[in-house]
Design a protein around this ligand. Structure first.
Ligand code: CU
Length: 217
């Protein structure tokens, strides 16, 4: 057991060395490495050229960066990886008009900020999401923040916090339609979901406050 732990510690230390490159993040492929170097050098023209020269490869490169980001335990590094993937996907979109890789990055980086999907039991046919008071250093959260519900379900957000929250869907990366008023402390707001799909949403006041409703057929 002790040996195993030592092994894990060594592995983490080695990973940290690998990760601490010029940019502080580690990429698997030559294209991604060159792209990150160009970013570090603040060389936008070079970044564009890399995407132009490797157009056919870029969707796969973006996917690989997303995958690597997903495996990265350190939140700052993960954000940096997603950021690189987004930059690459954005330049690819500018060049080809194909927005699919960019949407994929945005969805996956949003997903990475959520807890694992839950299938809570509805109370009297209503799914409850609490907006709790700050506790143990955790504040401004939807709890749970990632739920799967059946089509036709109602979701109710209950504000038990001391401050108001206003939240709204991010229709670019999913379905629109969540658009709460200012939900004051002690108040709640609900919405019925008749359309299957993924609803990503965010608090207007506290941008780190994110949530997702997946509506199943
Ligand atoms: Cu808020």
């Amino acid at each position: 057991m002790k040996l195993k732990r030592l092994g894990a510690a060594l592995f983490i230390a080695m990973a940290a060395v690998l990760v601490l490159g010029v940019s502080g993040i580690h990429a698997e492929t030559e294209i991604a490495k060159k792209f990150i170097e160009a970013f570090d050098a603040n060389d936008g023209a070079r970044m564009t050229a890399i995407v132009e020269e490797n157009k056919a490869r870029i969707p796969a490169e973006v996917k690989a960066l997303i995958k690597d980001a997903g495996k990265t335990a350190n939140a700052d590094e993960r954000e940096a990886m997603f950021y690189m993937a987004e930059m690459m996907a954005r330049l690819y979109k500018d060049s080809t008009n194909d927005a699919a890789p960019l949407l994929e990055v945005k969805k996956k980086s949003f997903d990475a900020r959520l807890t694992v999907p839950e299938r809570p039991v509805p109370v009297d046919g209503v799914y409850i999401i609490e907006l709790p008071k700050p506790a143990q250093g955790v504040k401004n959260v939807f709890r749970p923040n990632n739920i799967v519900v059946k089509k036709g379900s109602t979701v109710r957000w209950v504000n038990k916090d001391d401050v108001a929250h206003i939240f709204s869907s991010m229709p670019v990366i999913g379905k629109g339609g969540i658009s709460s008023p200012a939900v004051e402390p002690g108040k709640s707001w609900e919405r019925k979901f008749d359309q299957p799909g993924e609803y990503f949403y965010i608090c207007f006041i506290h941008h780190a406050m994110v949530g997702k409703i997946t509506v199943e057929e």
